[in-house]
Design a protein around this ligand. Structure first.
Ligand code: PMP
Length: 450
């Protein structure tokens, strides 16, 4: 058998072969149309087949597709870095371009460690993170990820970085509510720092809205501010992993902006190339770059294809497209519209436990019983069942949470292209309704046990 197995190599299951994409739709070789309510993996943020991007791609290919980054830079790379610096808050001025989100977070980790080393401090090498988090699949990124499922096979090879509880308010381990809780989970960071010693810790990394592992878990109001203050008080850098949330997904260029927090380093990916190019970035502030520029002047990271002009030109075109059509400023209203429609579905289907998220990054968590929040048994693989049922109906949703691992329940993410229209949002909700009806019928047939 000759097959690509970038995707799950389940040999008895043949995945549809996608022929083309247009706007929010994908069409496979058999002619089946899918509404892409997940933007792939929260990546195709401006939809498929956008001619502005295709033109920019062609123009750059005609000029130059690749320059060796150790000896040259290119106009697209420099212009992209400038644009990112201008569109992000504070002085996040230094973009280090790579090819995937995992490389971006791993680069951020290396920059953080190097920051302390350039200042003559060599013990600060640990990066603290949270359970129910995902920062990438490379070993450094996995070491920082609180995603037990994806870590499992590699634990002996991973750094034993400490992890704290996430702000998973739906299932608060303290059984408290924000703000009365005084952000007890954020204060776990302080306790961990005291236990381990700030002199051992380079940085704390967190996704502002938890994506793959949690299903769009958005933090309560002052959580990130408390986190940032703790980092400042203990001389620890704060890395915001915005690989999923950056580039406008939640209604602002960076999700951190909602909570008025400016990280020391931010990682971008996914929506950056919007699926048209493999490109990601670790973006560092002036403060972080200062000792590096005064010291070795060389960030010890990078890959052959880092900052290649083709990818940078595409990311630049994506940003220009977002600006030209004022897309980011419409995200919150579209997100509110979608959330209201999802809440209506919640009234109809008792297995919808929680609806959460920010902007057009929304999550739905499923439970056996809404009052007790009892999760479905793991063996029922509910997330996968819902993803499969949706696909049968012509709808693509993103499996998150314990469907893979992480939260106690099952969760999916609904994150359509930011360009989706109201009519298409209606269609999305209609297909979701059909999916949930089919799921309810399946539940009935199995008396809820599968
Ligand atoms: N960080 C976050 C927040 C992510 O969501 C992901 C991908 N799901 C990554 C890092 C890793 O990105 P990639 O798959 O491009 O390596």
């Amino acid at each position: 058998m000759q097959r690509s197995f970038l995707i799950k190599p389940i040999l008895d299951e043949v995945y549809p072969v996608i022929d083309y994409g247009k706007g929010v739709y994908l069409v496979d070789l058999a002619g089946q149309k899918y509404l892409d309510a997940a933007s792939g993996a929260v990546t195709a943020n401006i939809g498929h087949g956008v001619s502005d991007i295709i033109e920019a791609m062609n123009e750059q290919a005609k000029k130059v597709s690749f320059v060796y980054r150790s000896q040259f830079t290119s106009e697209p790379a420099e212009n992209l870095a400038k644009k990112i610096a201008n569109l992000t808050p504070g002085d996040l001025n230094w973009s280090f371009f790579v090819n995937s989100g995992s490389e971006a977070t791993e680069t951020a980790m290396k920059i953080a460690i190097q920051y302390w080393q350039e200042k003559g401090i060599h013990t600060k090498v640990k990066v603290l993170s949270r359970w129910v988090s995902y920062h990438g699949i490379t070993l450094g990124a996995l070491s920082m990820s609180g995603h037990t499922g994806r870590r499992a096979r590699f634990v002996p090879l991973l750094e034993d970085f400490p992890v704290i509880n996430p702000p998973y308010c739906y299932r608060c381990p303290y059984q408290l509510e924000a703000p009365a809780c005084q952000y007890a989970c954020a204060h776990e960071l302080e306790a961990a720092i005291r236990r381990i010693g700030a002199d051992q810790i380079a940085a704390f990394i967190a996704e502002p809205v938890i994506g793959a592992a949690g299903g769009a878990i958005s933090p309560p109001k002052d959580y990130l501010k408390v986190i940032q203050k703790i980092c400042e008080d203990h001389d620890i850098l704060f890395i915001a992993d915005e690989v999923m949330t950056g580039f406008g997904r939640t209604g602002t260029m960076l999700a951190c902006e909602h909570w008025e927090v400016i990280p020391d380093i931010v990682t971008l990916g996914k929506g950056m190339g919007a699926g048209y190019a493999p490109i990601a970035a670790a973006v560092a502030s002036e403060r972080v770059m200062e000792p590096i520029l005064a010291g070795s002047k060389l960030v010890m990271s990078g890959h052959t294809l880092s900052a290649n002009p083709q990818s940078c030109a595409i990311a630049l075109a994506v940003l220009e497209y977002l600006e030209k059509y004022k897309i980011i400023s419409q995200v919150e209203a579209k997100g509110d519209f979608l959330r209201q429609r999802l809440e209506k579905l919640q009234n109809q289907f008792s297995f919808i436990g929680d609806i959460r998220g920010k902007g057009l990054l929304l999550g739905i968590e499923f439970v056996v019983d809404r009052t007790s929040k009892t999760p479905f048994p793991r063996k029922a693989v509910v997330t996968q069942k819902l993803v499969d049922l949706a696909k049968e109906k012509g709808l693509i949703v993103y499996p998150a949470g314990s469907g893979i691992d992480g939260v106690n329940g099952d969760a999916i993410i609904i994150a359509p292209p930011l360009t989706i229209t109201e009519k298409e949002l209606d269609e999305l909700v209609g297909l979701l309704h059909e999916t949930f009806t089919a799921f309810q019928n399946a539940l009935g047939e199995t008396a809820g046990v599968f």
